[in-house]
Design a protein around this ligand. Sequence first.
Ligand code: TMP
Length: 218
Amino acid sequence: MKTAKHFFSLEGIDGSGKSTHIEKLANALEAEGYSVVRLREPGGAKISERIREILLDASFKGVMADKTELLLYNAARAQVIAEIIQPALDAGKIVIADRFAWSTFAYQGYARGLGADMVQRLTELTCDGCFPELTVVLDLTVEQSRARTAKRGGAPRTAKRGGAPDRLEQEKADFFERVRQGYLAAARDYPDCVAAIDVDRPFEEVSADLIKLVKSRL
Ligand code: TMP
């Protein structure tokens, strides 16, 4: 077994194919002898999954304050770092997260308008240096996102979860446009650790680019 202490995350709005790409990427790394831990955020640990339920509960739409949302995402993250991510890195494993702090930057900082400064201060407190060395944003337009999620059955992610749209999924197109702009700003302003790739291409082509990007850091 190869040991490699590396932390990567994937980001993108709904329909970008994050989970399928993560699976393909993780399998490719495991085939080369690496030990890979995959997780999703918010979630990945029991307490974080419970916080996720509160965050995505559609009945809290219009009730949850923006700062509560920001703090809960960070609380979920603090737990998964302590319980899963840091121990995995210490054991020489590769961690691949489906979303991490750049989601907070894009969704709470940009789309909710809380601002990059507030998000950054909190991220420093939460992550305390435990941060992905490379984040890949799977970029697509909001129209493409809607078209892709409609194909898999109605509202975003509905078919996957087998239920009604969650609290975040109920946001309007302009919210997701701001999320996308947040991601693109991150890629522009932090090119050393955030890369955006266009996913409006054949899956295999995108996957090959992603695997190449990640392997260039090993
Ligand atoms: P998902 O894992 O099914 O994509 O659901 C997570 C939702 O939470 C998604 O709408 C993005 C949102 N989110 C934030 O708003 N901020 C965050 O920091 C994270 C990790 C996710």
